[in-house]
Design a protein around this ligand. Structure first.
Ligand code: PGA
Length: 248
């Protein structure tokens, strides 16, 4: 894993945006894997700014998002489809039909998971996957204990994940209890991964990622087995404050 240290959230976002823009210019038909949550918002803002100023073309880009809440349709303001449209897709000239996110409102969620996995494979797989990390080490919504060979599947969200995401909802009870997520093996099949980590609340997770072994109780640890991972982490995340016990 290659680590790039930066000062703060803004610097992380800038570095990440330059990284992504270079890739999109080099490979206009790139398949990008995208993430939601607080971490990539700054990156998306800068991609939009670059599109306005420099007209980087997304017309041949295809995207796959990591996850979606079960029970929320794409026009629900808390759905990840809505988030992606608002933060990025509506502003960069990408064709919406080339932007894929699991449908959390599908009648048959199991079928939706299988179709999503197949679709990623049919389109040639993900070239560059953007990832955040949960303070419990989750990647996508793969919570601790998820099998490393998992494909796109339904998950029960960990209480700590629902608590962390409650800030985006009117009340904590509104946070869905289930989600569809790419599996760990789906993520690991990406040709390249860019992991963004910012803030003190992620410092334990980053420390474990860098110093502990690889085990399913800390999902992000699997990234050590991937041949091409770049981490962009800010000073606050890199400041060690280990309160969790090591597991492996
Ligand atoms: P965050 O979430 O970007 O909102 O901190 C990251 C994650 O849970 O993967």
């Amino acid at each position: 894993m290659n680590i790039i240290e930066v000062k703060d959230y803004q610097a992380m976002s800038e570095k990440a945006s330059l990284y992504v823009i270079d890739k999109v210019r080099e490979a206009p038909f790139i398949n990008l894997g995208l993430a939601t949550g607080g971490t990539p918002i700054g990156l998306y803002k800068l991609l939009v700014e670059d599109y306005r100023k420099n007209h980087t073309s997304y017309k041949n880009v295809t995207t796959f998002n990591l996850d979606e809440y079960v029970g929320l349709s794409g026009n629900h303001p808390n759905s990840y489809r809505y988030f992606m449209n608002e933060k990025l897709f509506n502003h960069i000239g990408i064709k919406k039909i080339n932007t894929f996110i699991p449908n959390g409102a599908a009648d048959d969620i199991l079928n939706e998971c299988n179709m999503y996995e197949q679709l990623i494979n049919q389109k040639g797989g993900i070239d560059l996957q953007i990832l955040g990390i949960g303070s419990n080490g989750h990647i996508g919504f793969n919570e601790p204990g998820t099998k490393f060979d998992s494909r796109t599947h339904i998950v029960d969200l960990a209480p700590s994940t629902r608590e962390a995401n409650a800030r985006f909802f009117n009340t904590p009870n509104e946070v869905p209890t289930k989600a569809i997520t790419m599996g760990i093996s789906t993520i690991m099949k990406s040709k390249e991964i860019l992991l963004l980590i910012s803030g003190e609340s992620k410092s334990d997770a980053l420390h474990r990622l860098l110093h502990d072994g690889v085990c399913e109780s800390f999902p992000a640890s699997v990234l050590k087995n991937h041949p091409k991972v770049t981490i962009i982490a800010d000073e606050a995340a890199l400041r060690k404050k280990l309160t969790l016990t090591s597991c492996c």
